[in-house]
Ligand binder design. Structure first.
Ligand code: CTP
Ligand code: CA
Length: 222
């Protein structure tokens, strides 16, 4: 007897998941990236798949293996991720926005490799804000669709996550403290903030366990 987490609870439901970090080009050989491994997003895609959902995974830069049995869409920049998410979202029952989307991109990526000039000791790089995909999607949300976002914080976790829940309009924000070895780790500890219910603090668990619990509990209304 082997305990499995397979079920058909989400049969017939379409779930969109984003994972990994976006990369914003500076020039043809350099980019602005982040420390996201994609582990949580990929675990979420697998959990939704194992509970019977039809899953689409939109992923940026990741350091772990891609899942099987889900539709895969690869993107590089936040702009590409935004287009892919906005294109897919109308047909979805739920979106889980686990990707680490860059907040800033180079205002004018150079077409050629940026060369050092002799004696140069400083480089100014103008950055402009990217669009907030989660906020945009939440505004497009129709009755019955569920939108889940994350909040990665290194300080004032609850206060900052509460602000994000309000500002972005997602149904849920999964808050995690990224100051203590979360990136690339197999474990995490999260607090679930909801528009309707009280906050709940979950114990430290593996990302796989968190993903299964998130899908079971937060998508149970689908
Ligand atoms: N997010 C997004 N589009 C962006 C930035 C973030 O959709 N341009 C999403 C992330 O995928 C995540 C949530 O918003 O689900 C919160 O991301 P986070 O980086 O924690 O918060 P920000 O709103 O970007 O604020 P800050 O980084 O300044 O804390
Ligand atoms: Ca951010």
């Amino acid at each position: 007897w082997v305990k499995t987490n397979f079920s058909s609870k989400l049969a017939g439901k379409k779930v969109l998941v984003t994972a990994g970090g976006t990369s914003e080009p500076i020039d043809p050989v350099r980019y602005i990236g982040n420390r996201s491994s994609g582990k949580m997003g990929i675990a979420l895609a697998e959990a939704a798949r194992d509970q019977g959902a039809e899953v689409t995974l939109i992923y940026g830069h990741i350091t772990v293996q891609l899942p099987s049995g889900v539709k895969l869409v690869s993107v590089e920049t936040s702009e590409e991720m935004e287009k892919a998410v906005l294109n897919a979202f109308p047909k979805m029952d739920a979106l889980i926005m686990a990707a680490a989307v860059a907040d800033w991109r180079s205002e004018k990526p150079s077409a050629e490799k940026i060369k050092k000039k002799s004696g140069q000791t400083k480089l100014d790089l103008a950055l402009v804000k990217t669009n907030d995909i989660l906020q945009k999607v939440s505004q497009l949300k129709k009755e019955g669709q569920i939108v889940i976002g994350f909040a990665a914080e290194t300080q004032d976790l609850l206060t900052n996550a509460q602000k994000k829940l309000k500002a972005k309009g997602a149904d849920y924000i999964v808050a995690n403290d990224v100051s203590k070895g979360v990136f690339g780790s197999d474990e995490d500890q999260v607090i679930i903030l909801s528009q309707k219910r009280k906050n709940t603090t979950w114990p430290r668990m593996t990302k796989t366990e968190i993903a299964q619990k998130l899908v079971s509990e937060l998508l149970s209304d689908l």
